[in-house]
Design a protein around this ligand. Sequence first.
Ligand code: ATP
Length: 299
Amino acid sequence: NRSRPANKIIQPDFKFEDMGIGGLDSEFSNIFRRAFASRIFPPDLIEKLGIQHVKGILLYGPPGTGKTLMARQIGKMLNSVEPIIVNGPEILNKFVGQSEENIRKLFAPAEEEYREKGDESQLHIIIFDELDAICKQRGGRSDNTGVGDSVVNQLLSKMDGVDQLNNILLIGMTNRKDLIDEALLRPGRLEVHIEVGLPDEKGRLQIIGIHTLKMRQNHILNKDVDLQELATLTRNFSGAEIAGLIKSASSFAFNRHIKVGTMAGIEADISKLEITRDDFLGALTEVKPAFGASEEELE
Ligand code: ATP
């Protein structure tokens, strides 16, 4: 595991097609242009331009669209130290009274390494999942404990400190951008905002391709399954819902291969397991998109 300084970060062996993420090409190129391109400039050019590296990104959009997958892949792409992932509610609830201390601890390894190695330090990524849980209480809108306030204040002061460090990248994730304290979204903090929305048909085809790859390699998908047709039929599905649909179709196929025996319990003969178009049609009656009705339902 080679260490790579925070200002020379792009991992040379990284391939986009190996990421296992479908339909987010433009989001990735946006992130790259807006948040990372400057990191591959030579340091003297950065000095001539008089700019600072982007230290924080917000990924927002509906659940199950691949935000967590993206955040992890960003870590791989940038050859960072293994990203630390923290969850908003966990910070608030699990360690009541210690939330501020927890925030401080999150930043400590990166701060220490920067003190020792300066710009030669490896990049540290801190991912805040469900960031809105920490933020929405500031000002006492939904609870009066004041915990949210002090955590956000601590986070803000840490973020301002990050300005002096080139080896930290913060990634916030949320389904509710509208609930995030504006102060966290200002320049110098989580300043690049990337919307990760529901996939379009082309994106859905890519996601279906990714999640059926093993089945196709192992010849478990019947020839009557048309991936393009599935992409058309899954309008308004998120990536997670597409993964759920494929799992559901497999369960219909398993069902044909299971015999309930008297003494031996359940037996399964999976040697001829095949998933057919009908299994997918069955799954489509079972797995529905949470956001937006499908086209047929609108008619
Ligand atoms: P949440 O907002 O609920 O945390 P999220 O946007 O972070 O959701 P993920 O946790 O990244 O969503 O996705 C959940 C699962 O759904 C993934 O592990 C993956 O199996 C599948 N998935 C979601 N989006 C994609 C995608 N774009 N490409 C491939 N798989 C996807």
